[in-house]
Design a protein around this ligand. Structure first.
Ligand code: ADE
Length: 273
């Protein structure tokens, strides 16, 4: 999985993603991430990327041109990489000097063909916006199946509608509140998606059984010591009876979900009872 984040604040993205579990997953090559600076694509000689909104109103708007060119450059790089992978898979490199040149010309032709026939637009371009559908675990699972994801982060008052119409495939919000930009929401979504990619977490099971995996909140968990602040670990967890432990955990999940998230509890009841 390769995350491409189009942003005016690339350091914010890379500093955030390079740390902790995601940073380690990147070192191991399970996931890749790049932050592409939208400002690098402006044709304005002062490197301006925003302007006043037509019709008046407070604040500035990100302009269509740099956002469009930046998105196209990233889509192009994705198509080229995919074509390279096809070439690597279908040709062997046991050429000698005489066949070398002919082979390279052929490879370039195949590559151009792949790039042109490949629908680079297939790559999902997510505009991170409070005006989108609200992100949840199901969305994370759906997006984790993609090979590449592009996140477009807005700033100021947003982005010129015309370029959004041309490049965006998904409008996604992380909740009904407004942040100063799309970087934090993009990182939130990348974190939730990346941890579902095989190999990112040490224990594949932990992405399966936790909160929302089965539509319920996760049961309470305990570690050593057995008694802490006079509070004892529930004895069933020490019983060694796996069936009983499972039953207790489901019961606790239901109690917790009913109490903290009655909306989720009702959904679970409708589909299970
Ligand atoms: N940009 C600003 N606020 C946002 C939110 N809640 N979700 C996604 N993108 C945003």
């Amino acid at each position: 999985m390769f995350f491409h984040v189009l942003t005016l604040f690339p350091d914010m993205i890379m500093d955030g993603l390079n740390t902790s579990i995601l940073g380690k997953a990147m070192e191991r090559g399970c996931i890749r991430a790049e932050a592409v600076n939208i400002r690098d694509y402006t044709l304005d000689k002062h490197l301006k990327v925003d302007d006043y909104t037509y019709g008046g109103g407070a604040g500035m708007l990100m302009q269509a041109q740099p956002v469009y060119d930046c998105t196209m450059a990233v889509l192009d790089s994705i198509a080229k990489r995919a074509a390279d992978e096809i070439i690597d898979d279908t040709t062997d490199d046991t050429t000698d000097d005489t066949t070398d040149n002919k082979e390279n010309v052929l490879k370039d032709e195949i590559k151009d063909f792949c790039i042109n026939s490949m629908d680079a637009k297939k790559t999902r371009v997510i505009y991170v916006t409070p005006q989108g559908r609200v992100f949840n675990q199901k969305t994370a699972q759906e997006l984790a199946k993609e090979e590449d994801l592009i996140f477009l982060c807005g700033h100021y008052e947003g982005i010129d509608e015309r370029v959004l119409e041309e490049v965006v495939t998904d409008y996604i919000s992380i909740g009904d509140y407004v942040l100063t930009g799309g970087e934090l929401p993009a990182m939130v979504m990348i974190d939730a998606i990346a941890r579902l990619v095989p190999g990112v977490l040490n224990n594949d099971e932990s992405a399966q059984t936790e909160s929302f995996g089965n539509g319920l909140l996760e049961y309470p968990q305990y570690s050593r010591p057995r008694i802490w602040h006079d509070k004892e670990v529930p004895p069933v967890l020490l019983s060694g009876d796996h069936k009983k432990v499972e039953e207790w955990r489901l019961e606790q999940s239901l109690i917790r979900t009913k109490e903290r998230r009655p909306d989720l509890y009702e959904k679970w009841r409708e589909s299970h009872l």
